[in-house]
Write a protein that binds this ligand. Sequence first.
Ligand code: GUN
Ligand code: FE
Length: 455
Amino acid sequence: MDLRNKTLCASGFHAPERGKIDVLDDVLIDIGADGAIRAVHRPSDPNYRTIRDAREDTGELVTLPSGSYLLPGFVDLHVHAPQYPQLGSALDVPLEVWLQKYTFPLEARYEDIAFAKRSYNLLVDDLLANGTTTALYFGTIHQDATRVLVDVCLEKGQRALVGKVAMDNADECPDYYRDASPEAAIEGTRSLIDYIRAHPDNGDGRVLPVITPRFIPSCTDATLEGLGALARECGCHVQTHCSESDWAHGYVKQRHGKTDAEMLDQFGLLGRRSVLAHANFLTSDDMERVRTREAAVAHCPLSNVYFANAVFPLRAALDKGVHVGLGTDISGGPSASMLENCRGAILMSRALESGVDPNLGGEARATFGPAQIDFRDAFYIATTGGGVALDLPVGQFQPGYLFDAIVIDTKAEKGSVRLFDELDAGEQILQKIIYTASKANIASTWIGGQNLRLP
Ligand code: GUN
Ligand code: FE
């Protein structure tokens, strides 16, 4: 049901602060005509009963059934939209080989608009069905196909940030798939920004443009400088890959004598609305630079295992106050599900802390130091952290935030959550949701208060 101008009575969870779950029991959430939350009333509030009765009388009250829990919709902070057709394949070679052997040939296919339409429709449907209400997308170098992605998001109602990929370095990009020149990369980026901002169906800014240099190795200095200037001029978001693998990190050090983070900063690409994918090899100076610039990291735990030769030290970054959200990195990570990526983040944090080589005994095995996170941190980065990273009012149930939410039906027969009333209560229920829920448990999705009809 459309919840604009309605009040939802629901139980559920959100995590406005890292490390703490706010358990919502039968709260009333007032949603305005603009899809934003106007107020949240808790049963302990003195006027709760009066408000609830009044809303019931006017027919404005909508109540979730028992066993259903409201969660903020997930914010997927790193998706390569064109790579969806190879999700779950091509995981056998290192990053620099994978790009040339599998990924550039696949992305080049988006020259074909019919292919783009088919692939992007499937992707956006599947992400919505997985509870992803906001996605930060890399497109391809193509203007037309990337416009198709924008159109598909608007048509289906997904909140999205979309970038035309810029990549023009002939040394690292094949002839058949690269921008013809820095001008083509920069003006193509500008053209997509204009298309998104002027789109007749985008009056509420549900889709936003993103300046998207693929990563430093793919781009010439002229393009990186031009895109930095464009970011200043347009004030839009920026996304790129940063210090992902030994090879990527080493390439930048060799070409520039500096780290990715230093160079991105120098090019004007490191600001409050910048999202750096991976960032596994940040030095402690880099980490401090990212923090002071208020840029964000998209942590992609599944992808790290296949392509990065390392795992991003999430806990250390959160402890330092760096903005971090969670990304699937489709298709570097083989799952479109943010829940599975939450589990991946927890799992990898534990492996990082304990070490995994059985030949090393005790202390020699565990060399990294404290790295372990739990379901609270995973849930935080998948929701609030993503919203903070993007500087968008999503990911929490607070007045002024957009009502982007999902319902987890823990009683769904074909789902994978099994609760026992005698055992499960409070945030323990969220823990079970994070560890065991699947697509079949996601019963409803709202974006800006609008209920999406899922296929
Ligand atoms: N670095 C440059 N391009 C890519 C990409 O498509 N995926 C990942 N994971 N890393 C990249
Ligand atoms: Fe990526």
